[in-house]
Design a protein around this ligand. Structure first.
Ligand SMILES: [Zn+2]
Ligand SMILES: [Zn+2]
Ligand SMILES: [Zn+2]
Length: 131
């Protein structure tokens, strides 16, 4: 990765897919995906995601231009046709909502496969979630 390249987050994420061997949530990627729990490698593809990636429009970080990405992979590099700035379109950071079992507040967290302990910021209760 080169330094100083600006990044724009994609708004399209691949679907949530479970590992066929251990049922953990796989990373939100397409192509060869390695399960971070059991290390099994799955081949994941999802045409609707690739189609939306190609058609996705992002705004140039350096000028007001809106660009059609036109590439069916994330991350990918893009050059602005207006200001020639080069930047990177990076995968969307997927977040899920879990509700605190104690106060029922909805917490938005970034899922990581496996069991994980969450501290509720509202009532300080800690609980476990498994993805
Ligand atoms: Zn697995
Ligand atoms: Zn531009
Ligand atoms: Zn709570």
């Amino acid at each position: 990765m080169s330094e100083g390249i600006k990044e724009v987050e994609s708004k399209v994420a691949p679907p949530t897919i479970q590992c066929p061997s251990c049922d953990s949530m796989l990373p939100h990627k397409l192509g060869e995906v390695t399960c971070s729990v059991c290390k099994a490698v799955s081949r994941i593809d999802h045409k609707p995601t690739r189609d939306s990636w190609v058609d996705e429009k992002v705004s140039c970080p350096d000028c007001p231009k809106i660009l059609r990405v036109g590439v069916d992979e994330r991350p990918c590099a893009l050059r602005c046709s207006s200001c020639s700035s080069v930047f990177k379109v990076v995968p969307k950071v997927v977040k899920v909502e879990v509700s605190c079992p104690s106060c029922e507040r909805q917490l938005r967290i970034r899922p990581r496969p496996g069991k994980r302990r969450i501290n509720c910021p509202a009532c300080s209760e800690s609980f476990h979630v498994t993805f």
